[in-house]
Structures are given as C-alpha cells and as structure tokens.
Ligand binder design. Structure first.
Ligand code: 1CP
Length: 321
C-alpha cells in the first residue's frame, strides 16, 4: 500500500521542492528519497517504489495533471475514436525516469529490504482515463464498458500491453516483487468483473511469468468480496492483498490454504492509534496465524496519520516476531 506521503513532514519538505506531483514521480533523485523515508523511520520489510498508477496513461500520451487539493485531472477518453489520441510510441521514453528510480532504489536499499514495483490494473487505470479523474459513480467508464464492450476492450488491451512492458522494465531495473492495484475492482457486477478485472490481470501475469518467472506478483482487487477467490485462483497471482472489509475468517479458510494473503488493517486505525490500533493488529495476526501472511494495511496510509502511530504499530509487529 502507499506508505510514503503527506503524513510525513520530510515528504512535505521534498514535495515542496519538486513543483508538481508528476515532477516528483519523474525525478529519480527525489522519488528515491521519498521511497526511502518510511523505511528509514520504521524499517519496514519492503519498500514500495514512489510513483503513481497514472504514470501509465501519461506514458500513453494522455494529458494528466495533479491539482492541489483536487487529485488527478485527465483529459477524458470516452470512446474508441478518442482512443486514437493514445499511443505506445514513446511510452518508455516518457516513463524512463521511473525505471531510473527503481535502479537507484535497488542500489540504495538495505539488502534485507524487498523492493516492490507496481502498476495499476487496466480496469482501475481505465476508470481515471474515462472519468477524467477520481469518481463516485463511474458513469462514464461504465457507460462505455457496457454500451460498447468491443471499443472498451481496445482501451483495456492497450493498457494490458503497456502494463506488461512497464512492469518488465521495472523488473529489469531491480524490482523484486510486483504489485497490481485494482482499487476499483469492487464497483463491477460479476460478469464485468470477470471480463475487465480477472481477464486482463491474467494476461499481464502470464506475460510476466514468461519473462520473469521468479518475480512474485501480488494482486489487490479492492472490494471484490467473495470474488476475490476466483481472482486469486484464475489470474495466476502469487499472493492476494485484502482490503479492510474482507472477513478474516473467510479469507483464512478460503484463500490462505491456497496462497499467501496480505493485509488488512484499516488505515484509519493509524489515525486513531492507542489500544484500538493494538487490538486490531492482534486480531489480524491471530486470524491469519494459520498460514502465510504479510501484514499490511487494507488501503494506503491517510494524510492525517500521526507518524508515531505507525511507529507504535511497527514496534508491536516486531515484538510479535
Ligand atoms: O502529494 C501527495 O501527497 C499526493 C498524494 C499521492 C501519493 C503519495 C498520490 C496522488 N499518489 C501517491 C503515490 C502513490 N500512489 C503510490 C506510492 C507508494 C509510496 O511510496 O508510498 C502508490 C502505490 C500509488 C497508487 C495509486 N494511485 C492508486 C492505487 C492504490 C490505492 O491507493 O488505491 C490509486 C487509485 C492512485 C490514484 C491517485 N493518486 C493520487 C491520488 C490522490 C489518487 C486517488 C484519486 C481518487 O480519489 O480517486
């Protein structure tokens, strides 16, 4: 999950030097620095590359901007003819600074700290591309997917191809694990979930396993509920990351015998802190103690998190061994 960000004063300091948020993502020196910040403070077992899932649409020549206090703003693409504005030509050149950041991190990180590269899953990235930013109802992207599935498939196929190329380069630059974020997997009905989340993810993983069979791939189908089982079984992921709403006993019974799970502390418990945080961390450790488990949040760290609560959690997890 996101572990860097504005809750850390040292991030805000670097962010204020960088100009825009995308400039930060495309500055290997600064992106490397903000990736390392939470590792220095807390010594997590893994560092996640500092970048964003919207680097991929930008690499495909879509206009992408991050407006202060507003989040991402994109020039929307809502049908097959608008899709012609995008191209894979020049993709690697545009996103090359991200590969450079990965190389620097591979050098800079302590040997025992795993470097996680990532990309958004095609469905989730497509929601931002069609909506022109974040969304509550996903009307534009769903109207396209439901109304013209053949046309929408062209966008998803383009994203599959770009994501494969992008993650291969991250692996070559030194990423040791790759994660696919499908943050909006949970807004689709079952058949659409299978077509637009499971199927593209399966294609991406098949290609990566062909070129980099030893790199584990973690999938995060946020909000998928019980469909998380089919996602875990059919996409070829090596581990599945669980969101906060996932019932632990269900996941322990249904998923954990088949593959490692990651998760799923409510990030708002890191805002609340205190015994509520301790109790919930213990409940998660206990619930997943019967199999392979990577302790993590159920979603990214939020901006109002007091850094000392992250420290408290890290200490507690270490004490547990
Ligand atoms: O300056 C800032 O604080 C901007 C906030 C921010 C940060 C810290 C954004 C804007 N992106 C990021 C970095 C980021 N994004 C990482 C780096 C990890 C790290 O080093 O800690 C990662 C893995 C992401 C992935 C990402 N971006 C996702 C998938 C995971 C998730 O949180 O669900 C998504 C959906 C995005 C889009 C995005 N980027 C930024 C914002 C505010 C958003 C969400 C917009 C929305 O509300 O829909």
């Amino acid at each position: 999950m996101r572990q860097a960000g504005r809750y850390l004063p040292e991030y805000r300091e670097v962010r204020s030097q960088a100009g825009g948020f995308l400039d930060l993502c495309y500055s290997p020196k600064l992106a490397c620095e903000v990736t390392l910040q939470p590792i220095r403070r807390y010594g997590m077992d893994a560092a996640i590359l500092f970048s964003d899932i919207l680097v991929v649409p930008h690499g495909l020549a879509q206009q992408v901007a991050f407006k202060e206090g507003e989040g991402p703003v994109l020039d929307p693409i809502r049908n097959a003819s608008e899709l012609k504005r995008l191209s894979l030509d020049g993709f690697h050149e545009r996103v090359a600074p991200v590969y450079e950041t990965v190389s620097r991190l591979a050098e800079a990180l302590p040997k025992e700290t795993t470097l996680i590269g990532f990309a958004g899953s095609p469905w989730t990235v497509a929601t931002y591309m069609a909506e022109g930013g974040g969304s509550k109802e996903f009307v534009a992207v769903k109207r396209w997917a439901y109304g013209d599935p053949e046309g929408f498939a062209q966008l998803i196929d383009l994203l599959v191809e770009a994501t494969i190329a992008y993650l291969k380069r991250q692996a070559e630059a030194g990423a040791e694990v790759l994660q696919l974020f499908d943050s909006w997997a949970g807004v689709l009905p079952e058949p659409a979930f299978r077509r637009w989340c499971i199927e593209p993810t399966r294609k991406i993983i098949a290609a990566l396993k062909g070129s980099h069979p030893d790199i584990p791939i973690i999938g995060f189908p946020r909000g998928a509920g019980t469909l998380c089982h089919d996602y875990a079984m059919e996409t070829g992921v090596d581990a599945v990351s669980l969101d906060t709403s996932m019932e632990i006993s269900w996941a322990a019974r249904t998923l954990q015998p088949k593959l490692p799970v990651q998760g799923n502390l409510d990030p708002i418990l890191l805002v609340a802190g205190g015994e509520a945080l301790d109790r919930e961390a213990d409940r998660i450790l206990e619930g997943f103690s019967g199999g392979a488990h990577i302790f993590n949040l159920g979603h990214g760290v939020t901006q109002t998190t007091p850094p000392e609560n992250v420290e408290r959690l890290a200490r507690r997890l270490r004490a547990d061994g």
